[in-house]
Structure formats: structure tokens, C-alpha cells
Design a protein around this ligand. Structure first.
Ligand SMILES: Cc1cc2nc3c(=O)[nH]c(=O)nc-3n(C[C@H](O)[C@H](O)[C@H](O)COP(=O)(O)O)c2cc1C
Length: 210
């Protein structure tokens, strides 16, 4: 090999090393920004179910991922986000699955204040019929607002049913299957919260950040 060829080879290797370092650094910066954006998006999506609860830090950081069997509705993965203020638990947010819908599982968010009152219910995912079961969505009707501030004692557990079933809560016009499934899941979540309140707030967060 002539000295000229060797020198060009060394230069090319150096350029390749610099490029590889730049690509790796850019990836690290972008990945961190994407993760931060995802976390902010998730945090903002969860907030409406927390009503006007004041909390500090990130609720997504204090997350528990529970694999079944866990006692919450749905018999699939349940996620609990905990909210604290000054280290004191102020609310918990449950992402659970309501079974028994018209068209399949319905993924819901139930926010519960530390004293047991509901801070909000939101529908995350469903396949219910447009114009019928989809009234559970906040964008379609205010049906979901009737749970705000209610708790296991208000009404008593037997009241946590549709009016059509002798309970305290409105159905939707032409659709009782969907709201019945959602109310059952809310009721079961309230009972779980009531039974496991201390453990819920004491358990260490599941390792991953999102
Ligand atoms: C095509 C079709 C789609 C329907 N979609 C829903 C639905 O998404 N949610 C629902 O609660 N009921 C839906 N229904 C109505 C239910 O079958 C049922 O009649 C209604 O919920 C009342 O239930 P009940 O007889 O138990 O009171 C649908 C009915 C039809 C024919």
C-alpha cells in the first residue's frame, strides 16, 4: 500500500467515526425528546379524569401495572396512576376494561380521590355503535359526567346500577347494554379502591417510565 492510499484510508475511517458519533448523539437526543413528548401527551390525556385535583410531579411516573388476576374489572392488564401532593396521596386513576359491552371490551379511566369520591370517568377505547352505545364518550353526550363526585356510599353499592336495573344512574336512549357494562366496571373499581386503598398508594411504581 502506498503512503497516499494509507493516508486516505485513515482520513475516511476518521470521517466514518465522526459520522457514527454524530448519528448516535442525534439518536440519543431525539429518543429523549420523543419519550418526553409521549409522557407529556399521556399526562394531558389522563388529566381530564382527575377533575380539579391538585397534585405535584408526574402521575405517569407513579404508575402501577397489574397483570391479572388483580381484582380489578376486565381480567386483562390494569394500570393505576397515583397522584400525590406533598408526599400525601390525593387521587388514583385506574385504566381498566369493562366487559359485557355490545361490541366488545371498553377501556375506561376512573379517577378516584383519596376519600373515595370520583374525580372523573373517561372512555379510552370502544367499538360500540355510533348513535347508540357511543353516547358513553364525552364528545357524544354528558352521560359520563353523572359519576363526578359520587362514591361507594353515594349511592350505596346497590345503587351503582342503571335506573333500568333499579339503580341511580341514567341509561342512554336506546342503549342499555353499553352503559350497564361501564357502570359495572366503575362499581368494581370503587370496591377495589375501597378494599385496597393503602396498598394502592404504598406499592412501589412499576419500573418503566411510561
Ligand atoms: C345494530 C344494533 C346495534 C346496537 N348497538 C348497541 C350499542 O352499541 N349499545 C347498546 O347498549 N345497545 C345497542 N343496541 C341495542 C341493544 O341490542 C338493546 O336493545 C338495548 O341496549 C336495550 O337493551 P335492554 O333490552 O337490555 O334494555 C344495538 C342494537 C342493534 C340492532
Amino acid at each position: 500500500m502506498t503512503p497516499g492510499v494509507a493516508k486516505r484510508g485513515t482520513t475516511l475511517a476518521a470521517i466514518a467515526a465522526i459520522c457514527a458519533t454524530l448519528v448516535a448523539a442525534t439518536y440519543q437526543l431525539t429518543a429523549a425528546r420523543i419519550a418526553a413528548n409521549e409522557q407529556a401527551w399521556l399526562e394531558n390525556s389522563l388529566k381530564p379524569a382527575l377533575g380539579d385535583v391538585d397534585y405535584e410531579g408526574s402521575i405517569t411516573a407513579a404508575k402501577l401495572v397489574l397483570e391479572p388476576p388483580h381484582g380489578l374489572p376486565g381480567n386483562d392488564v390494569a394500570i393505576i396512576y397515583r397522584a400525590y401532593s406533598g408526599g400525601v396521596p390525593v387521587a388514583a386513576l385506574f385504566a381498566v376494561t369493562a366487559r359485557g359491552g355490545y361490541a366488545g371490551p371498553i377501556r375506561i379511566l376512573v379517577g378516584i380521590e383519596a376519600d373515595g369520591a370520583i374525580t372523573g370517568v373517561r372512555i379510552l377505547e370502544h367499538r360500540e355503535t355510533p348513535g347508540l352505545g357511543d353516547g358513553i364518550e364525552e364528545s357524544r353526550s354528558d352521560w359520563v359526567h353523572q359519576f363526578y363526585g359520587r362514591s361507594l356510599g353515594d349511592p350505596p353499592v346497590t345503587g351503582w346500577n342503571l335506573e333500568a336495573d333499579g339503580g341511580d344512574f341514567d341509561q342512554l336512549t336506546g342503549a342499555t347494554v353499553t352503559p350497564r357494562a361501564v357502570i359495572k366496571a366503575i362499581r368494581e373499581t370503587l370496591i377495589y379502591f375501597d378494599t385496597n386503598r393503602e396498598e394502592i398508594f404504598d406499592m412501589p411504581a412499576t419500573a418503566e417510565s411510561l
